[in-house]
Design a protein around this ligand. Sequence first.
Ligand code: HAM
Length: 432
Amino acid sequence: MPALYNFMNKKFAAPRGTNDILPDETPLWEDLESKARKICKSYGYHEIRTPIYEETTLFKRSLGQTSDIVNKQLLELATDKEEGYALRPEGTAAVVRSYIENNFDAKEILSKFFYIGPMFRGERPQKGRLRQFHQIGVEAIGSNSASPYLDVEMIALAMHLLNELGVKGLKLKINSLGSKEDKEHISIWLRSEFAKHKKNLCEDCQNRFERNVFRVLDCKKEHCRKVVASIVKHLPMSESSCVYFKTVQGTLKASGIDFEVSPHLVRGLDYYTHTVFEITAEGLGSQDAVGAGGRYSGLVHELGGNEEIDYGAIGFALGIERILLACGYDSTIIPNRIQAFVIAMKEEYQQDAFILLQQLRREDISADMGFSGGSIKSQMNKANNANASFALILGEEEMRNGTVALKDMTASKQEVVLVKDIINVIKSRLKE
Ligand code: HAM
């Protein structure tokens, strides 16, 4: 019995690192999402919705066995099936999977997708770092789409979204990792350079040195940063990759987008080649990246795309919770409003009130009522709490005469309206 007793008294809470988005916050989310949808569409991107879980191997194959996300943060689902599933830690892998599965390459030269939704990573939660968080992601995938102008379009779109959503103090850092072949050469070069300083690197970096030497470049520890700064002034790349990156930089400048080239920016996911970028915002502390992305042309082949097609792909994702934190979340809460609140002054008028309520809703007038009845004062309080524009009162006289008392809650004016006219009157008052 004691175990049952404990269970009965247990107070449940949202899982660590997750948040409820409460009704007074959802208008803010809706506003942000609708602005994001509008801007993405204006750049020719269309919404895709993929499942929130995928086969675990999809993430292992795309994000890389050595990435922190695969190694430490995948939230796998317990299942008795042979293939394992995991909650999606990001959106790119699923979009590429869907691109291949749905043969988009046979339908169009360049496919442009965006998505908005929750992602899941088993991280240690802190301010701006959650286990369930939300991203606005954008991906462009196509055959022969390796145009530096598309790289700039992506960066411009990310900056446009963040500016429009009101994020201040933005800083854009870019780098190029070169082509797939360049990456292999750079990796050999980095290993030979860091070998001389291996003992000065932190324990994580000594491991990274073996498994993914690129990750040493963005280690935040002071002594590793010193080693990196003394060795890496820029990443050695082929002539064509340098020209590509120069065009990206020149076009960013010509478009009036400020940036800094950061030779140590490599990003935590293995799939990147050529241009990578990260955008930070002021006032967020250590988790200040509001968005990041880059080119990942090799991933389409890696996940089974047609070997005869030379795919190009690039994308980014913005973190919605960090955007809201950066905007000063509390000051931007938009109160919920309702247009009409129906009040029955006696218990026996409740059914008529309910019929009227449903008529209003069918006519696209947002409406509610005080289901528990009560005095006129307490029901007017409920109408005020619901931020109602109008209260519709059914009292004895109104019931007798087939009328409704219509109270304008902001102007504190009241008039008597025939029930058959009430919809038209409210609609015309709402337009005033
Ligand atoms: P990412 O850098 O892992 O990239 O995540 C993008 C953004 O999501 C981050 O800059 C941050 O704002 C937000 N974010 C990431 N993890 C968390 C977390 N634990 N809590 C709160 N916010 C977080 C990607 O996900 C790539 N798929 C981006 C991409 C798309 N690259 C190419 N296409």
